[in-house]
Write a protein of this length. Structure first.
Length: 385
């Protein structure tokens, strides 16, 4: 069961099906996608002493797919049903995995995932399946730089809860370097907020931003050896080296401009929405809404939207109450709540919902003082004490 759990975490949190689909074709992508769901089902049914399912996430999936399916048009019914079933499998079964997952296990899985971003930038700079080869923003296993930046932020947040002298520092170094290489504006903003709050809480946390600025200097020094996104790199560099910050680049193609394009569509059908995928499709006029809150409202209407807002309001509130003993909960809740505002893949790219479920379970365990069921430490496989 322990190996099965790690395999499930790797398949989902390294985006293995998506990566294999992009680089090795639909056959391997489909096989690993179905394998992920089947392994999750197997773990759920084989697990003893089952816990309560995370009903809010299950209800959210049922409401979203049921309501947006009313206006379903223009897509294969089989594809719609497949996504519905896969999402339900995730939200029903993954809670059982996270009840038995330690912070260190999750941290190390994310750490190796972040290393793939660095490998992408240094060794395979032209490997960019979803963009052009010289795009200069890197994502490793995750295919999308903004998605990869969220991975790094979650790992960086968890690093503040990891015990030991060197492992947290190594993690903060890798997550920061990998996050910078994504050139995600959201990563830089949330990284700064987490670092400032962590320093305010404990002055010993000052070492993390020192590491970050050291990493930034290394990126500047070796920039001529890397294929970096010129516009974003120059804008970042201008903050430290120029009298005039390149604010136009930083503000270019802001999400608020994208969201504004969908205002009329959302307001036209606020109760039941416009139907499945209507706000996600990219065409010559509309780029995709890139906001899971607006996507839920625009495709499925007010009920699933209110539930989505309620779930993340609950996570923010409860994590704030637990800030003193578990500050990482608040950091993670900030990351996942903001991440929903810059992407629209919540119901088919499961990282955000999985991390949200992990946080939900962690808050529940902390409130109930419930220990992790599996005692075997992750360092028996990955590390030596």
């Amino acid at each position: 069961m322990y190996i099965l759990k790690l395999l499930i975490l790797v398949l989902f949190l390294w985006n293995v099906p998506g990566y294999l689909l992009a680089y090795f074709g639909p056959t391997l992508g489909a096989i690993t996608s179905y394998a992920s769901s089947l392994l999750l089902l197997a773990y759920f049914f084989l697990a003893k002493d089952k816990h309560k399912v995370l009903f809010p996430f299950i209800l959210l999936g049922i409401l979203y797919f049921s309501i947006c399916g009313i206006r379903f048009a223009g897509h294969e019914v089989s594809e719609f049903l497949k996504e519905f079933v896969k999402f339900l499998i995730v939200v029903v079964c993954a809670g059982e995995v996270f009840h038995r997952t330690t912070k260190k296990e999750l941290f190390i899985v994310l750490l190796i995932g972040a290393l793939s971003i660095i490998v992408n930038a240094v060794i395979f700079p032209l490997a960019n399946a979803n963009f052009y080869p010289t795009y200069g923003r890197y994502s490793g296993f995750y295919l999308n730089p903004n998605f990869a930046g969220t991975i790094c932020l979650v790992g960086y947040a968890i690093s503040y809860a990891i015990k030991g002298k060197w492992l947290p520092i190594i993690g903060q170094l890798i997550f920061t370097l990998a996050g910078i290489l994504t050139f995600s504006r959201t990563f830089i903003l949330i990284w700064l907020i987490i670092s400032i709050v962590a320093i305010y809480r404990n002055k010993n946390n000052l070492k993390a931003p020192i590491i970050g600025f050291g990493v930034l200097i290394l990126v500047f020094l070796f920039s001529n050896k890397l294929t970096l996104n010129t516009e974003r790199f120059d804008a970042l560099k201008s903050i430290f080296t120029s009298d005039k910050i390149q604010s136009k680049v930083i503000e270019k193609d802001t999400r608020t401009e994208t969201w504004a394009l969908y205002t009329d569509m959302i307001m036209d059908k606020p109760l039941l929405g416009n139907g499945y995928m209507k706000l996600q499709i990219k065409n010559s006029v509309l780029p995709g809404v890139h906001n899971s809150y607006l996507m839920t409202l625009g495709e499925a209407g007010i009920l699933p939207f209110l539930l989505l807002v309620g779930i993340y309001g609950y996570l923010m509130f409860k994590s704030a109450l637990l800030f003193k003993p578990n500050p990482e909960f608040f950091y993670i809740s900030c990351v996942v709540t903001v991440a929903l505002m810059v992407g629209h893949g919540y119901f088919n790219n499961y990282f955000n919902v999985l991390i949200s479920m992990y946080l939900f379970v962690s808050i529940r365990q902390t409130k109930n003082f419930e220990p992790i069921k599996e005692k075997r430490p992750v360092n028996e496989i990955f590390l030596n004490d």
